[in-house]
Design a protein around this ligand. Sequence first.
Ligand SMILES: *[C@@H]1O[C@H](CO)[C@@H](O)[C@H](O)[C@H]1NC(C)=O
Ligand SMILES: *[C@@H]1O[C@H](CO)[C@@H](O)[C@H](O)[C@H]1NC(C)=O
Length: 379
Amino acid sequence: MLMKNSFIFILVAILTIFLGEFSNPIKASSNPNFVYTDGTHFALQGKPFYLNGFNAYWLMYMASDPSTRNKVTTTFQQASRYKMNVARTWAFTDGGFRPLQSAPGVYNEQMFQGLDFVISEAKKYKIHLILGLVNNWEALGGKKQYVEWARQRGQQLTSEDDFFTNPMIKEFYKNHVKVVLTRVNTITKVAYKDDPTILSWELMNEPRCTSDISGKTIQPERYVGTKEGSSGTELPGLLGSTPAAQDKWASQWIQAHINDSKLLKKPLLIAEFGMSSNTTGFSVAKRDNYFGKIYGTIFNCAKNGGPCGGGLFWQLLDQGMGSFGDGYEVVLQEEDTNCPIKSVVIERGQCSESGDRSISARHRNPSITLSSTGTLLLK
Ligand SMILES: *[C@@H]1O[C@H](CO)[C@@H](O)[C@H](O)[C@H]1NC(C)=O
Ligand SMILES: *[C@@H]1O[C@H](CO)[C@@H](O)[C@H](O)[C@H]1NC(C)=O
């Protein structure tokens, strides 16, 4: 997220892995501990695998400073206590204050060691990671910063959408992907691309190309993942003005994506949802009720063999991180232990354990994953 005021926010990702048209393949090791996809399901070691977790874009930032590093550990500890098994976070900050990448191809080792720590701690607490590689929005750099970098090198660019087409920017971006994926973790000594802790790479947070709303620019023929988002401010008419209308909108929206996922034969991950405390009439009870409905929809879909692979709320903070709050924050230490976050987690835990669908390895689709076969191809 990290964007303008949105009333209720929800985002769906239909599996966000990688990437077509390749000339210099980067091979990852084949490792049975990678989560993979089998049709409309995620799987791990032959069993259905459901993702239950949170967004925390700030992990690398906190981990890169020894005085705040423990917040990463506490957060994973807390989350695993709630039986969460996945976190979505950023493997980028482009330019600006304490960036990972201060200029195209120039990296800040201290920040990278922070990301190393995040990955190594995640593994300790059995939490998988979804790592985003760039932002659509200008928070922490994003496509705007890439366009700016190219401008500074003499490119005549007029729009942020040039991110998707300008050859120099494409090289900047591909280099970033390559640097991150081939990074050897200084703590675990494992290359990121070979680490099963990393469940998926997200090409961009909430990609949009407003000059081409067909989506072809950001989703070329051989691009195999897709991701989509919407929020209250963007679709105000659809959202509805009463709580009942909002619930109806959310549930129809998820249902429409369940339908799409079945057609595409890919798992559906509700990758961001939340309710802002800035919403008129907000209460924690209302938020929990909303979370409960989203989790309930995911759970019922999964229980009936549907394509729902899990959900991640936006966003988890540790205590004492007030300045990172955007209104959507959840602080687990401050939660009522009877809240729906916990009860649904337990429900879904049973869902994943019962596993009546048997998944066979021969159904793995080698073309779409880093995770399943360990093959990542990168142009
Ligand atoms: C919500 O309020 C906080 C202050 O409490 C502010 O920092 C934040 O930007 C607001 N969030 C949104 C989404 O408007
Ligand atoms: C999803 O598909 C079902 C069955 O084809 C259909 O009845 C329903 O209207 C669809 N829902 C949405 C929101 O598209």
